[in-house]
Ligand binder design. Structure first.
Ligand code: AMP
Ligand code: GLY
Length: 422
């Protein structure tokens, strides 16, 4: 099997690492990749949005399977373009990727499918939005309808805070076109879980759950980020809750997407709130999470490659995945300044000591080689995974390896896993 992974983050390094272990693999490429993916794959200098170049490369190199990591190429139609060229691609079409691209679309699918989610209403007018907030009171969640790079959601504790968000999104135009319409939501309370399901258009199988840490600062303080660390499995998400999520959220979403004539193939990422009334959907994404993938894949005992192929071939009905009885915990090391403007091109010393820590794996995200030396090149730079028989052991190994990374310009959260570890 000849496989092309698309992306350049910690998620894609973990995908390359897992695929490289498959006995079915004959050759692996990653576009554009990073110095970590280069340990397992041949990096190809094609950007994730350059769909035409990716299709041409896949055709010229007789690729059997394309595995897109991030949402951008999916929303831009990479799966459609690969299908047109007769190449298997484990991801949704652009039409099905609207589950991540538009909040209103997701809410309409959820309502049509009877999926438990926060009550919501859409507003195109700031005065109507303000009247609604005064009527409903706080807490209330104000969301820009369009993609706003994580800056479009305000969980308002007071009516005044909600009114400020409405003024800033709709009247001051701080988010541009993304804020011209708003979704107002009931505020859900509970633990947040990232749940993943592998889907073949009709059938879905669980691909594990993790708890992310979105805020930049310890104790869940400061601005939101792409994720500063994660652990898996989260004890709060019991097997019963997973079964309930499959029955009440994932399968109804698949059925509704198929009914609309846009069946969903690939990885469905359900952002859940574990409320006292059971799991409720916060949002769907159409891909694996980052950093969640870094603590999911080291727990997977089955070969990942046949599972992804079965999803493309509509053959997940009889498919099962086996998991190691182990826990994993991932710590993101970010460049100073992140999530604002991260310092770039700071030197990272040799990683051999961190890589040698037993039960630890070092994954690259925003790194690059500059004059033969490893330097930082992005906000989230390295993701260190620890694994072991239990979460405490995984935690200890991850932080031992983090401590062995010679990178004075990086920072990380010291409290990843605090909800489960106390
Ligand atoms: P989203 O961009 O929809 O993922 O929202 C970003 C974050 O806002 C989520 O990860 C939650 O922490 C929070 N959030 C979004 N919707 C709600 C809600 N209805 N109730 C409580 N928190 C929410
Ligand atoms: N870590 C959250 C995400 O990948 O969207």
């Amino acid at each position: 099997m000849r496989v092309l992974v698309v992306g350049s983050g910690g998620r894609e390094h973990a995908l390359c690492w897992a695929l490289a272990a498959s006995p079915l693999l004959t050759r692996l490429w990653c576009a554009p990749g990073n110095p970590g993916t280069a340990q397992h794959a041949e990096n190809v200098a094609i950007g994730v949005q350059d769909i035409a170049a990716l299709v041409a490369f896949a055709r010229d190199n007789k690729i059997d399977l394309v595995v897109p990591g991030p949402e951008a190429p999916l929303v831009a139609g990479i799966a459609d373009a690969m299908a047109h060229a007769g190449i298997a691609c484990c991801g949704p079409t652009a039409a099905a990727a609207q589950l991540e691209g538009s909040k209103t679309f997701t809410k309409e699918v959820a309502d049509a499918a009877g999926i438990p989610t926060a009550k919501w209403e859409r507003f195109d007018n700031a005065d109507a939005a303000r009247a609604f907030v005064r009527l409903r009171g706080a807490p209330i969640v104000v969301k820009a309808d369009g993609l706003a790079a994580g800056k479009g959601v305000v969980v308002a504790a007071t009516v005044a805070e909600a009114e400020d968000a409405i003024a800033s999104f709709m009247e001051a135009g701080t988010l541009g076109a993304a804020g011209s319409a708003l979704v107002m939501e009931e505020c859900l309370v509970g633990e947040e879980i990232s749940f993943f399901a592998l889907c073949d258009g009709t059938n879905a199988i669980p691909l594990g759950a993790a708890q992310d840490h979105k805020r930049v600062g310890e104790g869940d303080t400061g601005p939101n980020t792409g994720g500063m660390g994660a652990y898996s499995p989260p004890p709060a998400f019991t097997p019963e809750l997973e079964a309930e999520t499959m029955v009440r959220i994932v399968r109804p979403a698949l059925a509704e997407m198929a009914r609309r004539g846009t069946p969903f193939t690939g990885i469905l990422f359900a952002g859940l709130m574990l409320t006292t009334d059971g799991p409720k959907l916060i949002e769907f994404n159409v891909r694996l999470g980052d950093p969640e993938t870094v603590c999911l894949l080291p727990r997977l005992q089955s070969d990942l490659l046949p599972a992804l192929l079965a999803a493309c071939d509509g053959e997940l009905k009889q498919f099962t995945l086996r998991w190691h009885a182990r826990a994993a915990l991932a710590v993101v090391m970010a460049a100073r300044g992140y999530p604002g403007t991260p310092v770039r091109h700071t030197p990272i010393g040799p990683l051999a000591a961190a890589e040698a820590v037993p039960g630890a794996l070092v994954f690259h995200a925003g790194t690059e080689m500059l004059n033969d030396r490893l330097v930082s090149s992005g906000g989230r730079v390295l993701t260190i995974c620890g694994f072991g028989p239990d979460l405490a052991t995984a935690h200890a190994s991850a932080y031992r390896a983090v401590g062995a990374v010679p990178w004075p310009d990086g920072f990380f959260r010291r409290d990843i896993g605090w909800r489960a570890l106390g």
